[in-house]
Design a protein around this ligand. Structure first.
Ligand SMILES: Cc1cc2nc3c(=O)[nH]c(=O)nc-3n(C[C@H](O)[C@H](O)[C@H](O)COP(=O)(O)OP(=O)(O)OC[C@H]3O[C@@H](n4cnc5c(N)ncnc54)[C@H](O)[C@@H]3O)c2cc1C
Length: 297
């Protein structure tokens, strides 16, 4: 099923992002956590694509399993960093033959060791180039990335929004945002997007904080502000995993409640291949979620 259809009928959606595990213990951990998360009947799941296509084989294998063995509506992330058109067309056929109907199309992060993006010899410069190619085939539902706090490489909010609009004009059906911790940034972003003529669903990306140092690193990379009060609450407990977990999950619950109260089209969880926090958040906020689908809990 195309996610854009699902966002119309299964409102608000509740979805999870995974990344391909790197070794046997993380494969086992992912299996256990996916098993737990399935009990929440996610609307869809997505699997990331490593920097510069470094996880391609694992991404495709995992997405194939989740879509075809577990029957989950699955979306493969796909990046165009240094990709060639012929190879992209082959990959699209491969995914389509495996019943993958949804793609999150991205430029991609710079390959490891590089801070800034340099397109060395690829056929695509921006996500919009890849979206244009895929949308002409009319067979995939297309997601694109949005940045409530502006993409770190962008000159300003206006140009960033123009390029988001370009992604939509080229064929993106919906947008999933970079993680954020200040809801007002998301609300303002949606307002600006609507004024700029972007009428597609904008699904907020949520990351439950369970490890303070890790989240600070991610937030810095993605340009996401962590509120001062939250930093103050977390900092004294950096080495206390349980306390950090409780503060992080309580914060995410408040954040999700407020987003749901504002009528967001869905909540997309960056699970980091874990399940405990997402399950606890879902269990607490499920009263706020009145979905048309019956939930299997
Ligand atoms: C929901 C989500 C999922 C993600 N999943 C992955 C993943 O699986 N793998 C991965 O490697 N990364 C992933 N990322 C990170 C993403 O690849 C990076 O944020 C990357 O730096 C930008 O990707 P993009 O698709 O937004 O790029 P683009 O839309 O191409 O934008 C990149 C920058 O270029 C600017 N720009 C865009 N178009 C033009 C133009 N025509 N001319 C000039 N400037 C332009 C934009 O304003 C922005 O500053 C994800 C991000 C999000 C929010």
């Amino acid at each position: 099923m195309k996610i854009v259809e699902l966002l119309k009928n299964d409102h608000p959606s509740f979805s999870f992002e995974f990344f391909p595990p790197k070794n046997y213990s993380s494969i086992l951990e992912l299996g256990i956590n996916v098993g737990q998360l399935l009990k929440l009947s996610p609307s869809f799941i997505s699997v990331t694509y490593g920097a510069g296509g470094s996880t391609q084989e694992a991404t495709f294998e995992l997405i194939d399993y989740l879509q075809n063995k577990l029957g989950l509506c699955s979306m493969a992330h796909y990046t165009c960093v240094n990709a060639h058109r012929e190879k992209v067309l082959k990959d699209l056929d491969y995914l389509y033959e495996r019943n993958i109907e949804n793609l999150m199309l991205l430029r991609g992060d710079p390959p490891k060791g590089q801070d800034t993006f340099v397109n060395e010899n690829g056929d695509f410069h921006h996500a919009s180039d890849l979206i244009e190619l895929v949308s002409t085939q009319s067979r995939f539902g297309i997601g694109a990335a949005g940045y409530p706090e502006c993409h770190p490489e962008s000159e300003n909010q206006e140009t960033d929004l123009q390029f988001l609009k370009l992604k939509v004009d080229k064929g993106a059906d919906f947008i999933i945002t970079q993680m954020f911790f200040v809801n007002q940034y998301y609300f303002d972003f949606v307002d600006r997007a609507r004024k700029a003529g972007i009428d597609k669903p904008i699904v907020p990306g949520i990351i439950p904080i369970t490890n303070y140092r890790q989240i600070k690193r991610f937030a810095q990379m993605g340009g996401s502000e962590i509120p001062e009060a939250l930093i103050k609450a977390l900092e004294p407990y950096q080495d206390d995993a349980e306390k950090t977990y409780n503060i992080g999950v309580d914060f995410a619950i408040q954040q999700c409640r407020e987003l749901l109260d504002h009528g967001v089209p869905g909540l997309h969880f960056y699970t980091l291949n874990k399940s405990r926090a997402t399950i606890e958040i879902f269990e607490t906020i499920k009263g706020h979620i009145s979905r048309k689908n019956n939930l299997v809990l």
